[in-house]
Design a protein around this ligand. Structure first.
Ligand code: ADP
Ligand code: MG
Length: 570
């Protein structure tokens, strides 16, 4: 283990280079500083004990390496730190703290701060108290190895700030949320939270973040998250969990980011997270989960924000790209609809008959599908073909597929199918259907400008249009996916007119998504059973069948197990 450095005061040059001091705004700011100190001290467990939402008392105990008695006073001084010795080290910081301001800022706000600490090699504990009259003498006390910091009456010095706080329940909720998020990044540590002498929760140490997912995201996250694990090189790794397509949320609150163990906010990372979903995410919706980046300390500037909540990357573009790709790969590797479907062969129609047969002939085992492979095709239980059952509201298609009942949004599903077919055909093999009698359309100046701006890409996708006088245009050919469908060119151009600063490839996808959207069946359109089943079969062949190109879900799926539950059969 690393030898603990002594606590020293930073020199003026370093002080002038560190981002302005810690800000203690509410109890959770104190908890954050103290828990970070415990982690920097190599603690294996951290217990947080609050009274009145942390306003009247916050105690944090740990079993870390402790503060030697002769350094207790320095710990409480502004710029007293054992984690940094010179400005040069600002770019190799491996600890969460480094400015020596946490304890001093807390002491400045609170009525008093008490520290009891014992390094493992010291056979007694020592206590210091900071309050109205400055620092107390250091006294010997009995203590277990580790550190306890107690903060009394947090807003004694700034009673106005206290008035801004919501009630203690809100403060407790903030602290609890912060700690459960934080605990995701430090699974090998135990955490406990108590409030007003009662246990709120305890989190025993676990092997990996995945074992703490439910406490951070709730029970509903079970089965809704995909593991992310993407190594860029020996020292750069992206890991975590991200929502399966269709499990997105209306804001970014569920996006937890760690950079080298530091819980941060970062607009680039959240943008990259969404970018990884491409067309699987609807505008205004966000994936949730936790992403953890490990990269060499010199690649990250941690000294950019007073509460260390933000970081800056040396190679921001590279990090963006790596995260986007990590997400893309994760989603590509997740089983699309057709596999999910195939993996669920176990329930068979005619199940009852089979079960009866088993009852009389128990030795005739029904083959276990999971053990089957293509080498034993005759053992595969016969699958029934999927059947279309009809439409609801001329908008949703009902499909019975073995033990699954699927409700499909016909427009969203067809959009996905059209989009992927456009995406997979490049300029040379786009099948365009020339019109015998070209269609004339009138465009507004705005629509005409949009058309001029993306004429090449539209043509590449098979939408061929030419100018025919002032504001008249004629459509010469459309991709075959349109069939004989009416094309609303002005509507399509309106959709494309939104300002767009995205990269060329994203732009192409957006244009294709718009063409797809305008070429396909709409809600309230009557479809025959043949068309319904054909649409379902095409959807199953898609790479990303769960969402339309704008990210709306295509399919609602109810399986036999859910039905059994609903009818109290389990
Ligand atoms: P920083 O964390 O930036 O160094 P702080 O004011 O938070 O500044 O802490 C000052 C110093 O006190 C730390 O550098 C560390 O040496 C010591 N310290 C604080 N809390 C603990 C703890 N829980 N265990 C061991 N040492 C601690
Ligand atoms: Mg600190």
């Amino acid at each position: 283990m690393q030898v603990r450095e002594r606590i020293r005061l930073l020199d003026d040059q370093t002080i002038s280079q560190i981002a302005a001091g810690e800000v203690i705004e509410r109890p959770v700011s104190v908890v954050k500083e103290l828990v970070e100190n415990s982690i920097d001290a190599g603690a294996r467990w951290v217990a947080v004990d609050l009274h009145d939402g942390g306003c009247s008392r916050i105690s944090v105990h740990d079993d870390g390496d402790g503060i030697p008695a002769d350094q207790l006073a320095l710990a409480l001084q502004r710029h007293g730190t054992s984690k940094l010795t010179s400005a040069g080290e600002l770019f190799s910081v491996k600890t969460l703290g480094f400015r020596g301001e946490g304890l001093a800022s807390i002491a400045a706000a609170a009525r008093s701060v008490e520290i009891i600490s014992r390094p493992a090699d010291q056979d007694f504990g020592a206590r210091i108290m900071s309050g109205g009259d400055g620092l107390s003498q250091v006294t010997r006390v009995a203590a277990a190895p580790g550190t306890t910091v107690r903060v009394h009456d947090l807003f004694a010095a700034t009673p106005v700030r206290r008035q801004f706080l919501k009630n203690e329940k809100t403060e407790l909720a903030r602290i609890s949320a912060f700690l459960t998020q934080f605990a995701l990044g430090w699974p090998q540590l135990s955490f406990a939270l108590r409030h007003d002498d009662r246990e709120v929760w305890t989190l025993p140490a676990v092997a990996q973040a995945g074992d703490r997912i439910e406490i951070a995201f709730g029970k509903s996250s079970r089965g809704a998250l995909l593991p992310v694990a993407h190594r860029i090189d020996v020292s750069t790794l992206i890991s975590g969990f991200t929502a399966k397509p269709g499990n997105d949320r209306p804001n970014r609150q569920g996006q937890i980011l760690f950079v080298n163990g530091r819980l941060v906010r970062n607009a680039q990372l959240t943008a990259a997270w969404s970018a990884g979903y491409g067309s699987m995410l609807m505008g205004g919706r966000y994936p949730y989960g936790v992403l953890m980046l490990e990269l060499p300390p010199h690649e990250v500037d941690v000294n950019v924000h007073p509460t260390k909540l933000e970081v800056r990357f040396l190679n921001a573009a590279g990090v963006f790209d790596a995260v986007r790709r990590a997400l893309q790969r994760t989603l590509e590797a997740s089983p699309p609809l057709r596999e999910a479907h195939d993996a669920r062969l176990r329930f068979q129609p005619g199940d009852a008959v089979q079960r009866d047969a088993q009852a009389t002939l128990p030795e005739v085992a029904v083959p276990d599908v999971s053990l089957l492979d293509s080498a034993a095709p005759d053992l595969v239980p016969q699958k029934q073909k999927a059947r279309a059952l009809g439409q609801i509201d001329q908008t949703y298609i009902l499909i019975a597929d073995n033990e699954l009942l699927l409700v499909i949004d016909q427009h969203a599903a067809h959009e996905r199918v059209a989009y992927e077919s456009l995406l997979n055909s490049d300029a040379n093999d786009t099948v365009s259907e020339p019109f015998l009698f070209p269609l004339l359309v009138e465009l507004s100046p705005g629509q005409a400008a949009t058309f001029e701006a993306c004429a090449d890409q539209l043509a590449a996708a098979g939408v061929e249009i030419e100018c025919f006088g002032d504001s008249s245009y004629r459509i010469i050919a459309l991709p075959s996916i349109f069939g004989r469908r009416h094309v609303d060119l002005p509507g399509m151009l309106d959709d494309l007119s939104q300002p767009d600063s995205s990269a060329p490839e994203d732009r192409r996808r957006r244009i294709l998504a718009t063409i797809a959207c305008h070429s396909v069946v709409r809600a309230r359109e009557r479809l025959g059973l043949q068309e319904q089943i054909a649409l379902y079969e095409s959807l199953r062949q898609c790479q990303a069948p769960h969402t339309c190109p704008h990210g709306r879900p295509t399919t609602l799926q109810i399986d036999a197990e859910q039905l059994a539950k609903a009818f109290n059969r389990t």
